[in-house]
Design a protein around this ligand. Structure first.
Ligand SMILES: Cc1cc2nc3c(=O)[nH]c(=O)nc-3n(C[C@H](O)[C@H](O)[C@H](O)COP(=O)(O)O)c2cc1C
Length: 504
């Protein structure tokens, strides 16, 4: 048994798998659902609502950019009345079960507009609350091992998760979902930044307890999982090179809790980074992020299809991106019809080849933690001019390689826990990773990185599908081992996430 397979991350993955004969049961008492908004009774408020409209004064432009950026990232974009008569709000980023475990904090080093301090983004009122007015920047730098991007920037975001918001419904498996949700949010942050002339620099290597303490989080309930130095691209000195995005934690061996109820917290604890006396991580922050996955599945047989295509047009001033971000919704029902091949190619092009969109104003190389670990498979149920079956997508070669030749509609329906989205979609895009290899590289912290990156890819797929008039929905509940069976891949390849796409 390798060390990686004795790690808690590995155990967590095995123990939170869904199996057809052992699905978690029980009814939900909605009256017990944790509040999805965080409240700060004290602190000064900064309204952002007024800046969603066009502003006249040049001095308001700074506020307008920040307001638009946060709104497109995580603002309230839809409202409906539930069966119990309650008003429910949905946000620009999707979330498993609409439970919204993620919070956004803004840290200011001190700018002429935003005094130094700690701020929470209050989604419901689209405002910032400054709940601490000290100078926290140096503590942030220290907690992030002096990441170079924090040297030149003046604002930083921290995304945290409140575990119980999701665990209340999904129990131990919620850790996967809070990381996937955060990944979607990171995807939105990245694209919203393109609209507002920011460039977020992703920092995955930080001393968790130091960032939690800095933000006064109750670490038993909430944990920071991503830090982003927010470069203002209108300031020349903030046009920075890409930096290191991921550092390892320690590896926990044989520390598995007996009780499933403690699994989530135990994994989060062991995947924390603690202060390093030897400065090795400080040095590692100078490393460059890794690129896309190399070709893993080079099968000699099967049909290949090129995915080269004309790029999606996002319009003058990215107007269609704005629309997609504000109107994106998870599709609740597909028609079961076939989609065309070119839109599928375009979805993949936008998601895996951001460099093809730099002339439209997008970042050519957005930050991920480590995309080299993630593989992409596509189950084709109905795409004109493409045989049904399973395909491996090789992004570097812009090629789809057929690996299985069957019609998988019935299997997909079943492995998505019988959800009709799985039966009626045109394609299911499935992200996987060799968990042992990932753990060898990042120890237990790999689990966070993999799921956040898969969510991030999922959000690009969501927005591209929205732009192309297709339906889209994520699915984080699936029979893990049966997905491997359908794809014909070894058990070491962990299934991270499924994005269904189809005709709405
Ligand atoms: C990680 C993740 C997993 C999801 N899993 C499912 C799922 O299994 N089934 C489903 O119908 N919707 C799923 N969704 C969609 C959510 O239910 C949806 O995002 C939420 O209700 C909010 O609605 P909106 O996306 O339209 O804003 C998932 C979304 C995310 C981000």
């Amino acid at each position: 048994m390798t060390e990686a397979s004795r790690s808690l991350a590995h155990h967590y993955h095995q123990r939170t798998k869904y199996f057809p004969d052992a699905l978690p049961r029980g009814t939900l008492n909605w009256a017990e659902q944790p509040d999805v908004y965080k409240h700060y009774p004290l602190g000064s408020r900064f309204d952002l609502q007024g800046y969603l409209r066009p502003v006249e004064q040049a001095s308001d432009h700074w506020w307008q950019r920040l307001s638009q950026f946060l709104f497109h990232s995580y603002g309230l974009t839809a409202k409906f009345t539930s069966t119990t008569g309650e008003t429910v709000y949905l946000r620009s980023a999707p979330s498993a079960g609409a439970l919204y475990p993620a919070e956004i904090y803004l840290i200011s080093r001190g700018t002429s507009h935003l005094p130094a301090g700690l701020y929470n983004y209050q989604v419901k009122t689209h405002s910032l609350v400054r709940f601490w007015d000290d100078h926290p920047w140096q503590r942030l730098q220290e907690a992030c091992f002096w990441h170079p991007a924090l040297e030149h920037t003046h604002l930083a975001l921290v995304t945290s998760v409140i575990f119980q918001r999701s665990a209340w419904r999904y129990q131990a498996r919620a850790y996967r979902r809070v990381c996937l949700d955060t990944g979607h949010l990171l995807g939105n942050i990245d694209l919203a930044a393109s609209l507002c002339d920011y460039r977020p620099h992703l920092i995955g290597g930080f001393v968790d307890d130091a960032v939690n303490d800095l933000l006064y989080l109750n670490a038993e309930e909430e944990g920071a999982i991503a830090v982003l130095a927010l470069a203002d691209l209108l300031q020349v000195e903030q046009n920075l090179p890409r930096g290191c995005t991921a550092l390892p934690s320690a590896l926990s061996i044989e520390t598995v809790p007996a009780d499933d109820e403690q699994l989530l917290e135990a994994l989060h604890q062991v995947s924390k980074i603690t202060p390093q006396p030897d400065k090795s991580l400080e040095q590692a922050q100078l490393d460059h992020p890794r690129q896309l996955a190399g070709s893993q599945y080079a099968f000699p047989f099967g049909n290949n299809a090129s995915t080269k295509v004309t790029a999606i047009s996002w319009g003058e001033g990215l107007e269609y991106l704005t629309k997609a971000m504000l109107h994106r919704r998870s599709t609740r029902r597909y028609r079961g019809a076939a989609m065309s091949l070119d839109p599928l190619r375009q979805l993949l092009d936008f998601t895996y080849h951001p460099e093809n969109y730099s002339d439209q104003g997008f970042d050519a190389q957005p930050d991920y933690f480590d995309l080299s670990l993630i593989q992409t498979f596509i189950v084709v149920l109905g795409v004109n001019s493409l045989d049904t079956g399973c395909y491996y997508y090789d992004p570097a070669a812009t090629t789809l390689r057929q690996v299985r030749f069957k019609h998988f509609r019935r299997e997909l329906h079943h492995l998505c826990l019988g959800q009709n989205l799985g039966r009626d979609a045109s394609v299911a895009i499935i992200h996987t990773a060799n968990l042992k290899r990932a753990i060898e590289r990042y120890c237990d912290r790999a689990y966070r990185y993999l799921h956040m990156d898969a969510g991030h890819l999922g959000q690009r797929l969501n927005l591209a599908a929205t732009r192309l008039g297709l339906g889209v929905s994520g699915i984080a509940g699936f029979f893990d081992d049966q997905v491997n069976d359908v794809l014909g891949i070894p058990e070491d390849e962990a299934v991270l996430y499924i994005t269904t796409i189809g005709v709405p």
